[in-house]
Structures are given as structure tokens and as C-alpha cells.
Design a protein around this ligand. Structure first.
Ligand SMILES: [Fe+2]
Length: 305
């Protein structure tokens, strides 16, 4: 028996009874989002997939077209030669962005919908390496009405480089020189533009689409926009909106909806010593807001244009 964690359920009181089927048992993990699905994943049948989709549909859109990253995208700390990645190298610096709450592909013209993350190899228990999630629909709902009115039409300009740079600023506010180049300057590249406040179509609830990629607010003075985005991202990451998933066994799978949750990797003592080999696959958002304000069919990629 393996388990899968599904992130993004609507908060219905009898959640378990509504989505449990003969092949999958669901156990809620948090008052507003997240459930553990226990099933025999050694034999993936159409019936099992239908039940998983049924559970996720209570929370999110059905799986869609694959995003154009590698079908199994390695987000762990294992080098191509199989050794454990050491802190301080360029790959480590770039992956530090994963320690901050984000939504996959928010920086691309077409954002990500569902992501699936599979445990291939895990560090020993107790040495960290959990994955944490945030419920951004509940974070939006908790804002006061004045704030909701203020932010309702804001357009956020997202850049992967913004997250990568911010993840490498030291306690004195100094950017690591390795990233202090035009190549890593968000202003020298295109932004993925998405509305901050939007309807999460599968649930009909309003979502706060904010992530560590959020660089500035269109039409707002740079510094003011960055201050506002920082405040909203900090709000979304408050403990009452978050859930930490502990990886237990190789084969554990976590599935989440990027259009209504954030996620981040939690640093741990395993770094530099033990492998944390997680492999991700992601599908495009299939909602009407997938392309944001970037123009449907755009092919540029953040930081690669
Ligand atoms: Fe991610």
C-alpha cells in the first residue's frame, strides 16, 4: 500500500464520505485542504485513476496536457552522476527558490495546473525534507473587505529569476555575485502576467494567485508593488493556511493544484549528506485563466527568451 497526498480540496464537512470509493481511502489532513489517499498503487487501473480524479475534482481541475518540462523533472538534490548535491554550487543556488512558497510555472505564459511529485529516494527520518503547502483560497477569504477591494484588479508580473535572486540574498541584503548578472536580472527578461485575484473555476471560490515569483504589480511604482506582494505572500504563508507533508516511503506521491495552492520544500539537515530524490511531472492549467495576460499560444519561456 502506498499513499498519495492530494492538495486543494474544498472545505466540506463530510469530505471523507463524499469522495471515498471502493479502491481509495481518503483521510483529511487539514481543516480546509489536503487529504491522504491510501490505495494499492502497484497496479494502476482505469478504475483507480477515475477514483483519484474524482477525489481531486472535489478540489481541482482534472489532469490536463503535460507542461513542457521534462516529463519527470528532478527537483531533488541528486547530481546527474548520482552523487549528493553539495551546498553552494550553482545548481544548489538555483534550487533554493524551492524553499519559498510558489506555484509551478507562474512565470511562464501558460501557468501550471496539477503537479505530481513522487518520492524516488528519501533521506533518513527526522532530517527534514518535508514539503509544505498553503491554501490560497482560504488566505484570500481571510482578507478584510477593504483589502479585497483594493487588490481586485491587480496584475502581477512573475519571474522565475525574481525567486532565484531573492533566495540568494544574505542577511546583509547582498545578492550572491553569481546571480548578480544580466542573465539573472528579472528586468532583462519577460514576465508571466496573471491576475492576482481570480476565480478558481473547479470550486467557484476566489483565489489569491501569488507566489515567490511575483516581482511587481503592473502599473504600480516598483517599490510599492514589491512591498504589497511581500505582504500578501507572507499572509498566505501564515500557519493557519499551511500544511506540512512528511514523506514516509519511497513511492509516496503528492498531487496538488497550482491554481489554488502554494508549495515549498522545507530545508533540513539531510542537505549535502543524504539523497532526497523527488521527481515531478506537471500538466498545464486547463482553465480559462491559464494564459493570464500573456496571449494564448505564446511560446517564450521565462529566463530563456
Ligand atoms: Fe515547485
Amino acid at each position: 500500500m502506498a499513499t498519495a497526498q492530494l492538495l486543494a480540496p474544498t472545505p466540506i464537512p463530510d469530505f471523507k464520505s463524499k469522495i471515498a470509493g471502493p479502491l481509495v481511502q481518503f483521510r483529511p489532513l487539514h481543516p480546509t485542504f489536503g487529504a491522504e489517499a491510501v490505495a494499492d498503487f502497484t497496479s494502476i487501473t482505469p478504475e483507480l485513476v477515475a477514483e483519484i480524479k474524482g477525489g481531486l475534482a472535489k478540489m481541482s481541475h482534472l489532469f490536463g496536457d503535460l507542461d513542457d518540462i521534462a516529463p519527470l523533472f528532478d527537483v531533488g538534490n541528486v547530481n546527474p552522476d548520482g552523487t549528493v548535491m553539495q551546498p553552494g554550487g550553482m545548481r544548489d543556488l538555483l534550487l533554493r527558490c524551492n524553499y519559498h512558497f510558489h506555484a509551478d510555472s507562474a512565470f511562464n505564459p501558460r501557468r501550471a495546473g496539477i503537479s505530481l511529485l513522487l518520492a524516488h529516494e528519501l533521506p533518513p527520518p527526522g532530517l527534514g525534507g518535508d514539503t509544505e503547502f498553503a491554501d490560497t483560497r482560504s488566505a484570500y477569504a481571510a482578507l478584510d473587505e477593504e483589502r479585497k477591494e483594493e487588490i481586485k484588479d491587480w496584475v502581477v508580473c512573475n519571474s522565475q529569476l525574481n525567486c532565484r535572486r531573492n533566495a540568494n540574498i544574505d542577511e546583509n541584503g547582498k545578492l550572491n555575485p553569481l546571480l548578480d548578472t544580466d542573465e539573472f536580472d528579472p528586468m532583462k527578461h519577460r514576465f508571466g502576467k496573471h491576475k492576482l485575484v481570480q476565480t478558481h473555476e473547479p470550486s467557484g471560490r476566489t483565489n489569491l494567485y501569488i507566489a515567490a515569483h511575483a516581482h511587481h504589480v503592473e502599473g504600480m511604482p516598483m517599490e510599492e508593488g514589491q512591498k504589497q506582494l511581500h505582504e500578501l505572500l507572507t499572509h498566505a504563508g501564515k500557519p493557519e493556511f499551511t500544511l506540512k507533508v512528511q514523506w514516509k516511503d519511497v513511492g509516496d506521491l503528492v498531487v496538488w493544484d497550482n491554481t489554488c495552492t502554494l508549495h515549498r520544500s522545507v530545508p533540513g539537515q539531510y542537505a549535502g549528506k543524504y539523497k532526497r530524490d523527488l521527481r515531478r511531472t506537471t500538466v498545464h492549467d486547463m482553465s480559462t485563466q491559464a494564459w493570464g495576460l500573456n496571449g494564448e499560444g505564446a511560446t517564450w519561456r521565462s529566463g530563456l527568451d
